[in-house]
Design a protein around this ligand. Structure first.
Ligand code: NAP
Length: 618
C-alpha cells in the first residue's frame, strides 16, 4: 500500500473537508427508527423452530439473562466460584448471542481470534484462522456451555418479562414469556450491546413487495447457501444492501459473487484497512508457553489503550494505529497542544493511506472517490477487509452513494434515491443496532427492586450504578455493562466481558462465603456516578470537541454527543483504568460501598432443588 506523509499545512485543508462532509450529514431524523413491536416478523428467529415446553416453577441459585459470551463467562466463573444451579435464559434457540444471530455470509471477527475467543487454553482449542469466521465462534460458545454444564438448566427461546425482589425470602422472582415463574438468589443481566435491531424509519418501508430482512436475521431459505458457501438462489436476483458499516463490509463480497446484481446504498463510507487473514500455524500455537492467550489479550488491550509497552504482540491494524495515536512514547515531551496536533497528523496520515488504498483498488474513479471516508479514524468503528473494495470492480456491483443523505424512501419495487428508483428483488438492512434507547427498553423487561422501586424509574435520567455492575436498591443483582452504562468498553469486547464476569463471580463467591445478601449503598453509588459523569469528558479523545467534530453516527449521537443523557457514559479513561479500579477495590478489602445482611437459608425448599435438577429444559 502507498504510504503518504501528511504535513502540518495539510491539516487545515483536511479539517475543512471533514467539517463540510460532517455538516451535510447532520440531520436529527437519522435517530428515528421503526418500533420493533410493530415489525415482529423482522425479529423472529429464522434459524431454529421454537419447541413447545411446559412452564417451569422452581428455584435456582443464579439466573443469567443472555447466553452470549457475557452470560456464558459470568456463568462459567460462577460455576468456578462454587454456584451449582445456574440458569441461562436466552431469547435465541441456543447460546452464542451476537454469533447466534449474526450468521450472515462472510461473518467474521475483526479482533484476532487468539485474544478474542475466551478460555481457549482451558478448553484446549486452537482457532483455525487468525481472524475467526462466524460458525467457528458460535461453535466455541457452544463448547463453553458444554464444558461448564450450562445447558443443564438453560431456557432457550425464552424472554424474561419481569423481575421482582421478594424481601422476605431474599429471592428474585423471574417471569418469562413462556409462562415460567421461578426464583433465583442472584440475577446477572448480560444483555449485550448488539441485541436490539435498528430499523431506520424509512418512508415506504412497509410498502416494499420484495423480500426484506436485517443482517442479523439472514434468510438462507431465500438466498440459498450458508455463512461460508455461495448463495445459490440469488443468481437471478437483484439485491440491495442499505448501510456500509462493519457488517455490510463483510457481506458485500459474498453477495457480489452470488447475486445477479448488487446495489450498495451508502450514507457514510467506512474505513477499510488490510485484513490479511490466514490459517493458524498450529506448530506456532502449540509451541506457546502456558498462559499465552491471557498475556496476548492483556497486551492487545494495553496497546489499544495507549499504555507503555515493550512489545506489541498482535501487531495488526488495531494495535499499530492505536499505539501510534494514543501512546505517550512519542508525545511525552510535547505540550498538550503540540501533542494534539501531532496526533491529528498521525490520524491524517493514516486516513490518507486508507484513501490511497481505495484509489489503488477501485477502477472507476467516481466510485473510488465516493468510497473515501473523510473524518478522523476513530469517529467510526474501523473495518478491515481484503475483498470489499475490489467487489466494486465487478460488472454486477454498483455503489449508490446517497450524498450523505441516506435512503429516505422505499417503494413497492425498490429504493428511491434522489428521484431515481432502483428496483430490487431483495433488500438487506445492514443498519446496525439500537444502543441509545433506555436500558430497560433495550433489555425488554423492567426490574422491581426494594420497596417496589422500578429500574425504569430509577434510571429514567440514565444509569445509576456502583462500578457499572450493581445498582442500589436491587440486592444480589448484577449487570454486565454494555457500552455507556458506567462500565467500560475495550476494543476487544470479550476482554471487558471476561474481566467483568470474573468480578461479578468473585463478588457472588464472597457473598456466599460470608452468607450475606448484598446491596450497594446509595451514598457510594452517588459518589461513583459523580466520578464517572465528571470524568467522562476525558474519555472523549482529545477533549470534548473530538466527538462533536466527528461525522454523525451512533458514536456521537448522530452529531450531537452533548444531547446524550449525562449519565450514559463509560468509566473515565481506558478499560485498563476501569480494571485497575476494580482491582484496587478488592485490595482495599471488606467490600466497601456494599451493605451486607445475613442471608436466609439458601435452599429452604428441597423439592425446588429436585425440580431444578431434573429439568433439562433445552
Ligand atoms: P453500524 O455500524 O451501526 O452501521 C449501520 C450502517 O447503516 C451505517 O453505515 C449507517 O450509515 C447505515 N445506515 C443507517 N440508516 C441508513 C439509511 N437510511 N440509509 C443508508 N444507510 C443507512 O451497524 P453494523 O455494521 O451492523 O455494525 C454494528 C456493530 O457490530 C459494529 O460497530 C461492530 O462493533 C459490530 N460488528 C463487529 C464485527 C466484528 O468483527 N467483531 C463485525 C460486524 C459488526 P452511517 O454511517 O451514515 O450512520
Amino acid at each position: 500500500m502507498t504510504q503518504t506523509s501528511a504535513a502540518p499545512a495539510d491539516l487545515d485543508r483536511a479539517r475543512a473537508k471533514y467539517r463540510a462532509e460532517r455538516d451535510r450529514r447532520l440531520d436529527p431524523s437519522r435517530r428515528e427508527s421503526l418500533d420493533l413491536r410493530e415489525h415482529e416478523e423482522l425479529v423472529e428467529d429464522p434459524f431454529m423452530d421454537v419447541a413447545p415446553r411446559e412452564p417451569l416453577h422452581d428455584t435456582v441459585d443464579v439466573m443469567v439473562v443472555g447466553g452470549g459470551f457475557g452470560g456464558l463467562l459470568a456463568a462459567a466463573h460462577l460455576r468456578k466460584a462454587g454456584l451449582d444451579r445456574i440458569r441461562i435464559v436466552e431469547k435465541a434457540g441456543d447460546v452464542g448471542g451476537v454469533w447466534y444471530w449474526n450468521r450472515y455470509p462472510g461473518a467474521m471477527c475483526d479482533v484476532e481470534s487468539y485474544v478474542y475467543l475466551p478460555m481457549l487454553e482451558e478448553l484446549d482449542y486452537i482457532p483455525r484462522h487468525r481472524y475467526s469466521y462466524g460458525p467457528e465462534i458460535l461453535a466455541h460458545a457452544q463448547r463453553l456451555a458444554r464444558h461448564f454444564g450450562l445447558y443443564d438448566h438453560a431456557l432457550f427461546h425464552t424472554s424474561v418479562t419481569g423481575l421482582t425482589w421478594e424481601e422476605d425470602s431474599a429471592r428474585w422472582t423471574v417471569r418469562t414469556d413462556r409462562g415460567d415463574e421461578f426464583r433465583a438468589r442472584y440475577v446477572v443481566v448480560a444483555h449485550g450491546s448488539f441485541t436490539s435491531l435498528k430499523l431506520p424509519a424509512i418512508e415506504g418501508v412497509d410498502t416494499f413487495r420484495g423480500r426484506l430482512f436485517h443482517t442479523s436475521r439472514w434468510d438462507y431459505d431465500y438466498t440459498g447457501g450458508d455463512a461460508s458457501s455461495p448463495l445459490t438462489k440469488l443468481a437471478d436476483k437483484t439485491v440491495g444492501v442499505i448501510g456500509t458499516g462493519a457488517t455490510a463490509v463483510q457481506i458485500v463480497a459474498p453477495l457480489a459473487e452470488s447475486a445477479r446484481e448488487l446495489l450498495v446504498f451508502q450514507r457514510t463510507p467506512s474505513t477499510v484497512g488490510v485484513r490479511n487473514n490466514g490459517e493458524t500455524d498450529l506448530e506456532w500455537a502449540r509451541g506457546q508457553k502456558p498462559g499465552w492467550t491471557k498475556r496476548r489479550r492483556e497486551n492487545f488491550t494495553l496497546v489499544t489503550n495507549g499504555e507503555q509497552i515493550t512489545e506489541d504482540q498482535v501487531g495488526d491494524g488495531w494495535t499499530v494505529f492505536y499505539h501510534a495515536m494514543l501512546s505517550n512514547d512519542s508525545y511525552g515531551d510535547l505540550s498538550p497542544e503540540e501533542a494534539a496536533e501531532r496526533r491529528e497528523l498521525t490520524d491524517l496520515q493514516h486516513m490518507e493511506n486508507i484513501r490511497a488504498r481505495i484509489d489503488e483498488t477501485v477502477g472507476d474513479p467516481a466510485t473510488a472517490e465516493a468510497l473515501k471516508p473523510y473524518y478522523r479514524y476513530q469517529c467510526k468503528r474501523p473495518c478491515f477487509h481484503d475483498e470489499y473494495l475490489s467487489s466494486f470492480n465487478r460488472p454486477n456491483v454498483r455503489l449508490v452513494d446517497t450524498q450523505g443523505q441516506g435512503v429516505r424512501r422505499i417503494t413497492a419495487r425498490g429504493v428511491e434515491v434522489d428521484g431515481v428508483e432502483y428496483p430490487v428483488d431483495c433488500l438487506v438492512l445492514a443498519t446496525g443496532f439500537d444502543q441509545d434507547s433506555a436500558y430497560v427498553d433495550r433489555v425488554g423487561f423492567d426490574v422491581t427492586g426494594r420497596a417496589g422501586v422500578s429500574l425504569a424509574r430509577k434510571w429514567q435520567d440514565g444509569p445509576e450504578t456502583f462500578h457499572g455492575v450493581m445498582t442500589s436498591g436491587f440486592p444480589n443483582f448484577f449487570i454486565l455493562p454494555p457500552n455507556y452504562t458506567q462500565g467500560t468498553a475495550a476494543v476487544n469486547f470479550c476482554h471487558t466481558l471476561e474481566e467483568t464476569a470474573q468480578h461479578v463471580a468473585a463478588c457472588v463467591g464472597e457473598f456466599e462465603r460470608r452468607g450475606v445478601i448484598a446491596d450497594a449503598t446509595r451514598q457510594d453509588e452517588e459518589a461513583y456516578v459523580r466520578h464517572v459523569v465528571d470524568g467522562s469528558g476525558l474519555a472523549l479523545l482529545g477533549g470534548g470537541s473530538f466527538l462533536k467534530d466527528c461525522t454523525p453516527g451512533r458514536w456521537n449521537n448522530e452529531g450531537d454527543p452533548e444531547a446524550r443523557p449525562r449519565k450514559n457514559v463509560n468509566y473515565p479513561g481506558t478499560s485498563t483504568a476501569y480494571f485497575s479500579m476494580l482491582a484496587r477495590w478488592w485490595q482495599s478489602g471488606d467490600l466497601t460501598g456494599l451493605t451486607l445482611v445475613p442471608a436466609p437459608d439458601p435452599d429452604p425448599d428441597p423439592t425446588s432443588r429436585q425440580a431444578a435438577d431434573e429439568g433439562d429444559s433445552r
